[in-house]
Design a binder for this molecule. Sequence first.
Ligand code: PRX
Length: 631
Amino acid sequence: MRINTFEEYEIAYKKSVEDPEGFWGEVAQKFEWKKPWTKVLDWNFEEPNVKWFVGGKMNITENLLDRHVRERPNQPAIVWEPNDKDDESVTLTYKVLHERVSRFANVLKSHGVEKGDRICIYMPMIPELAIAVLACARIGAIHSVVFGGFSAKSIADRVNDANCKMVITTDGAYRGKKKLPMKETVDDALIGCPMVEKVIVATRTRTPISMIKGRDYWWEEEVKKVSADCPATEMDSEDPLFILYTSGSTGKPKGVVHTCGGYMVYTTYTFTNVFQYNPGDVYFCTADIGWITGHSYIIYGPLAAGATSVLFEGVPTYPDAGRFWDIVERHKVNIFYTAPTAIRSLMGFGKEFWENKDLSSLKVLGSVGEPINEEAWHWYNENIGKGNCTICDSWWQTETGGIMISPLANITPTKPTFATLPLPGIQPELVDENGEVIEGNGVNGNLVIKFPWPSIIRTTWGDHDRCKQVYFSTYPNRYFTGDGCMRDEDGYYRITGRVDDVINVSGHRIGTAEVEDALNSHTGVIESAVVGYPHEIKGQGIFAYIIMESLLHDEDLTKRDILATVTRIIGPIAKPDEILFVSGLPKTRSGKIMRRILRKVAEGDTSNLGDISTLLDPSVVDEIVEKVSLK
Ligand code: PRX
């Protein structure tokens, strides 16, 4: 399973393409199965229908916990670093984590949760979040973690879509200097969610909250009532493990479904190989568990590999911009995984925040979520890695479950801004608009994958046809990533960004349609169009063009109201960075908004807007250009 040299990578890659079943069958042997599979892979991309380790029975938590409790009970599994630097960090060994997960799994059972039930988890980055996730997995309940920054409405939409019967939350959350409500937000959400029978509340801030008799229960009291012994429920390899909602170019966020067996095998395999994890290494991923990176590379991959995973509650700039590096120093972190947006924001602060910190424990530096620009790559390499660490620019997606294209640390020769080469099992192709495969090197195209890997998306919850339409119909028999990509002369891959209407803001995926829906629900808004534009820190910012009926208040106040509406409907991450009030939008005669023009204007490039003669009313473009120049 472990690749140690570039030559071994080449051998593994070749085998994975020539004999995928043999290859993954061998990798999967390393895990504990209650019953072996009868067939490694069954698939077609038409329906799509992908099944890995068919007929195999297992429970992922036995592989994450029980196995390690036998072999390394006292090794730290999770090291929790609280928001406040002066607060003590908390270590949960594999033995303790196993006990807490089992106990909480029994709490879930005692409240009527059964295999296959959906549970919404809305929590800050505290150990109870990881415990709640694993407790669901222990008894076969399907977790749907909702990022703690989402609004009540976003929670309600997700709870309704998955028909969740329980929500697990906290009273409040600490984020830097701020104290934020959690239970209160859940309470607002639940007004529209009659199917939720129970809410379990863990204490964090001890903020006063309402507790409704018969529905709301304190975590700390419930765990006292149950035993710490909870046998793991037998799961089929293809039983759903979790749902995670993500944005697409159209409509509401969709619930990406991952299943137990393949996801376990792939996240562990990639964690071990990409980061070249060695027993005893301390690993710190700065993502939030509310996103796929946190699922796959804070919880599942690292714990399955028996690693020590650092869980950080706070933000990179609190109490100051040296916080990540303090954590690296304090816990002697060997492998560090973050997003380019964090790197760019920290680069802007003075040397004093990193120069005198002991970062000598670092061996591997990962990057994920968005393209990493040259400047950030070099800064990361020189100032944090001191030129001694591999920068693993890892490309993947919520739908892929695990890392797809990335260097293997200290093995694959790197090149700034390149995700380099596909991992074993991954068969990327570049295609043109007509779906023709672009062969050779030194080419650009849309990135597709032509063969399944174990953690590929299985379906979108409650709407299989949507999964088919979005990912498997644009290019028949191919999984379409939605990303543009170049393959250079050496065959190295560089992701150039989304080719659809998805904006990547600070590594978070936001659909333009979602933001437009939120904007359009603001009183007086007639129509809006949202595009992404390059943003120095966030990678991309959100630019909104809005047609208003009339302005009741002054422009600034109205903009602030609009931002409040978006925050209320989606959450602060979807707030536009720029708003421009216009009297019309550039539309074709068939009524389609020409986003190309809006993107150019938002980028500040108004010199060459291309052909606008097909527009219904080309004069709107003049107005927009003029307004932008006056800003
Ligand atoms: O556009 C790609 C970008 O993030 C998208 C996936 O977002 P999400 O599902 O939220 O998952 C993010 C974390 C895995 C992709 O379609 N992306 C992700 N990693 C990279 C990237 N773009 C360039 N380089 C990367 N390393």
